[in-house]
Write a protein that binds this ligand. Sequence first.
Ligand code: ADP
Ligand code: ASP
Ligand code: MG
Length: 412
Amino acid sequence: MPLLVMKFGGTSVADLDRIANAAEKVKREVDRGYDVIVIVSAMSGKTNELVGWVEQTSPLFDAREYDAVVSSGENVTAGLMALRLQEMDVPARSWQGWQVPLQTTSAHSSARIEDIPRANLDRKFAEGMKVAVVAGFQGVSPEGRITTLGRGGSDTTAVAFAAAFEAERCDIYTDVDGVYTTDPRIEDKARKLEKIAFEEMLELASLGAKVLQTRSVELAMRYKVRLRVLSSFEDNDDNAGTLVCAEEDIVESNVVAGVAYSRDEAKMTLISVADRPGIAAAIFGPLSEAGVNVDMIVQNISEEGRTDMTFSCPVDQVARAERAMNGARDKGEIQFSELVADTDVAKVSVVGIGMRSHAGVAARMFAALSQEGINIKVITTSEIKISVLIDRKYMELAVQALHDTFELDKAA
Ligand code: ADP
Ligand code: ASP
Ligand code: MG
């Protein structure tokens, strides 16, 4: 029997009516002859509420209990979706992560999927179950404890199931009708893409476009999963949404495929550190041990053996970074005169595989930002992306200016 994976995000299962609407879409695929694995998120807002409860109860929480609490939103929607389908005479059963079992590492709150043994679900499909509704975002560690896959992790659950069960396609149903040239909520002229290459989607996701979790794109690329993003609120035909696919399957594309942003960044500068061999290791070692996700790094010009070292990290990790740096100074591992945190910055990036063969993208990007009077604080580049750190208050303006400059509203 051909099999599809259909994933419904938080807004798509936000209340009972929306669950019923999603169930109709599932039934349509069952009627067309598919077995279906449905992956559900928690109702929108629920996971944030659960995270808040954990933080209020225990600011330095035990990550195992964090996972026990924040994974629970998906349990509710999985059960409700199975019940709704049963009411529609579709043989359906819900599964929590541990029941499948979806096996993960023990890295609580950001676990990675290790394996999805097929036997349990296969047996049920063979007995006549048409739909397995699986709670997204959660799994079980080798120690037998509940884990979660990081925020937005249901996308990754969906792609991992599609790979394990060799699904014909993995459809990600969400509150937009596809992947756009940038977030359509901050740029009216954003254009929906019919197709986007895995590499570009991977960069956009890791640079902040939350339409797909980064890890889900990595898995889809590795296991060659046909991945589609489409609307749960519209009637979709077979060509609806955006297909995330191999570069070779895209005939024409713009040099820049899209613009991504990440609002909650911080820029940290260590003033006057010794410019000596090993200094970068002495700084970034303790930051990594403290779990700080350092992104951009710049070492400033050295004067008389001293230099300033700047790095960026998520704004909610500033306290952790400060603790790690002050700790390293107390232990005599590094010396610096001051640690300055700028917590009002955002990162804006342009992404496109066309950059490999086209020069001048950086120059056009910097000119567009300069025309708007936006000061660039840090720059990083890779083969297919350029990112800048700017004042957060200019973030939307920057996204719009870059969208205009690269004429992303027009197809290639
Ligand atoms: P879900 O709850 O279905 O997982 P998310 O909120 O995680 O949905 O992701 C969908 C959101 O991603 C959209 O509402 C949109 O605001 C945002 N988004 C950011 N960048 C893009 C982009 N390039 N294309 C489409 N949506 C984007
Ligand atoms: N409910 C989880 C979150 O909000 C997982 C997901 O929706 O993908 O992050
Ligand atoms: Mg999401």
